[in-house]
Design a protein around this ligand. Structure first.
Ligand code: PEP
Length: 250
């Protein structure tokens, strides 16, 4: 069986002013120590305003840094946006693309998300491609069709296990305190894995993270599910102790 190194990723969303963000990153870096000591990869995705300072605060530690979004273009007249080469330039190694809040708030389609993933790859970043069904789609029994469809369109042909991570995040579980059951998570992750294996030579090596109200009390059972290779954590990633407890379950 393929051994995949787990990843625990924190999505800070639109939270933290400078003092709080730097303190959080500094505390995590101190706990994490140097690369190679931890049993999993640790990634934090702060808002764009804090990226430089979080990169500086986590330098020489096991904590890696990513953006929360990137534009499809490398530069140009796109007021308010951030280009993938800009993220790479300040020392980020990753970028989230297709988070459900971006899909909903900015009407991002899976086609746009594929272009963003390609922009990330071209800039030397790994893309964390987020997918997940809404509550309505779940109630209609369409979860697998929706998720497999999003993966098919959002993940570019040039994806590899090194430059792409998938995050399965049921929309109804994000920030709600509700989580998918272990059986539901197992079913969806298995379907994503099957799709990746069919499409990519190294499909068995891609990491598939689960996200949606992951917290210290449920992390162990979710991370024990087959084909769950880590977690994308929102709310609980803003508290050092909670995020650290999740990291320790790896
Ligand atoms: C997220 O923002 O990706 C997320 C999963 O949030 P939360 O953990 O708060 O549900």
């Amino acid at each position: 069986m393929t051994q995949r190194r787990p990843m625990i990723a924190g999505n800070w969303k639109m939270n933290c002013l400078r003092a709080d963000g730097v303190a959080l990153a500094t505390a995590l870096a101190a706990k994490a120590g140097e690369r190679g000591v931890l049993g999993c990869d640790v990634l934090v995705c702060p808002p764009a305003t804090l990226l430089s300072e979080v990169v500086a605060a986590t330098k020489d530690s096991a904590v890696m840094v990513g953006g929360q979004d990137c534009h499809v273009a490398t530069s140009g007249a796109h007021t308010g946006d951030v280009a993938a080469p800009m993220l790479a330039d300040i020392g980020a190694g990753y970028v989230l693309v297709g988070h459900s809040e971006r899909r909903a708030d900015h009407d991002e389609s899976s086609t746009t998300i594929r272009l963003k993933a390609i922009a990330a790859h071209d800039a030397g970043l790994a893309a964390v491609v987020c997918v997940g069904e809404t509550e309505q789609e779940r109630d209609l029994g369409a979860t697998l069709a929706v998720v497999n469809g999003q993966v098919a369109v959002s993940v570019p042909d040039g994806a590899t296990a090194k430059n792409t991570i998938i995050a399965y995040e049921p929309v109804w579980a994000i920030g709600t305190g509700r989580t998918a059951s272990v059986a539901e998570v197992a079913k969806v992750h298995a379907a994503i894995r099957a799709e990746l294996v069919e499409r990519f030579e190294d499909g068995d090596e891609f990491r598939i993270l689960y996200g949606g109200s992951v917290k210290p009390s449920n992390a162990a059972e979710l991370l024990a599910v087959e084909d769950v290779d880590g977690a994308l954590v929102g709310g609980a990633s803003l508290k050092v102790d909670d995020f650290w407890k999740i990291i320790e379950t790896c």
